[in-house]
Ligand binder design. Sequence first.
Ligand code: HXC
Length: 544
Amino acid sequence: MADLMQNPISDQAAQTAGTKGHPKRVRIVPESLKKFRDITSQAEAGGPPEKVEAQKKRGKLTARERIGYLVDEGTFQEFGLLVESRCTDFGIKEKHIKGDGIVTGFGRVNGRPVAIFSQDFTQLGGSLGLAQAKKIANLMDMALESRMPVIGILDSGGARIQEGVDSLDGYGEIFYRNTKSSGIIPQISVIVGPCAGGAVYSPALTDFVFMVKGISHMFVTGPEVVKAATGEEVDFDTLGGSMTHASKSGVCHFVANSEPDCFRQLKELLSFLPQSRYEAPPEHSTKDPADRKIPLLEDLCGMDPRKSYRVHHIIWWLSDDHAFLEVHHDFAKNIVVGFMRLGGQVVGVIANNPAHMAGALDINASDKAARFIRFLNNYNIPILTLVDVPGYWPGVAQEHGGIIRHGAKLLYAYSEATVPKVTLVLRKAYGGAYIAMSSKFLRGDLNFSLPSAEIAVMGPRGAVEILFSRQIKEAKEEDKEALRAKLAKEYSDKFASPYQTASTGSLDEVIEPATARARLIGAFRFLSGKRRPGEHERTGNIPL
Ligand code: HXC
């Protein structure tokens, strides 16, 4: 009892060391505190030094350095540092490290809270056992309750083999939470190492996937299994590197040249997003005048309708301060999707891109746009649709690949979306693709067009072949081309303009190109009260 009553600073600790006879206390660190500091610093060091060195040699950051690049300085609060696996099989006990191969906690990005987990490849290859899964699940539960985005930084060999079905069940817990949180809080995956086996399905369930050139790999079965099963020889990068997933599979939305570049891009993405479905996206002030004129749109009106251009230029000119964050840059380039601001308000843009496949819709473009629209609708982000589409891409491969099924997703996503929807027809809008691109009767709120718009069931050349096939067949061979041109001109004069469509009310307004930015900003401001955050039906963001 006497001991307990003593001053925690021992008598020996109080020594006279000051000047002018004033005693200065020298603190002796209590044993418990020393032990605590030793344990935590060991745990924070991650895996053995040689593993950390190997990580660096590969040009990779450590789990904690990654968090450092992401969060505002000094804001990260970790929890679960001392968690360990209880598994003792296959000699794993000797390899146990506190934290169980993952760092979990909360931090702030540009002042706003986010939940973060970061796998540590230097500890058991970042593999996921039960304890690691519980840390992730716990974090995800708290993020959902507190309504903030979850950022998962993945660098792992997948399910921890020594823990058997426990590690598989751990993934089950995570996939379930990914799905339950979908459409409520943004979920973002950053792949900065291997992501193999069933582990790939957690990122695939999240809203956005980042990969880094040279160090990120995702695959269900690796090159060796592929060779054994199918005889195909393929290297890691070709099978599941960043460019493969960014351009071919569409699994990856953002590719970075380095890890710091990756975290910079991620921060930019977060600046466009609300914390949850219950908030509007953050507004930014801008000095960019709402009535800034866009000469390019005037040029478009005089352009040969068959000439291609990159729609990025139009988006760039329309957006505040020319800032546009493109999503899925390398996938389905015939449609462009991304985030911009108009008059300070965040807007998601969907635009046909005539520079690629003439801007026609195909399977991948439909999937890409439909999923993005569903994301925007979940998070109260208004939709701007820029239309220049000659139709659906024809061909056996598209038909057999299910363009009917995939194209329907786009119709579904636009019809379902209840955020403000503003459409601007730039040039062509033909057939089913006209309907799909947020047309009036798919419930576009305000539908504008430039005077250069051509809106019809099909293009002039195709139309005259069907409507006048007998006349063309009966004409002399040398007259056929002139006849086609004459008939196509007549057709164009009637349909290849926006006026017939405007007369039926399918367009709200044909606008002067110079006023486009002002009209769009005005339209979104006018529609901003259409829906209050969180009042809409939750749809989730199912991978399409
Ligand atoms: C346990 C693992 C592990 C795993 C790696 N390690 N993956 N430990 N379970 N899944 C350990 C290694 O034994 C090694 O431990 C350390 O991590 C580093 O691994 P290396 O192989 O030395 O590194 P490297 O050469 O860079 O190769 C990395 C790798 C390779 C490509 C990821 O380790 C690999 O192929 N791992 C298996 C990948 C895989 O098939 N995963 C799928 C599992 S099944 P020491 O002690 O030597 O440092 C799955 C299904 C999930 O995930 C289903 C969910 C529904």
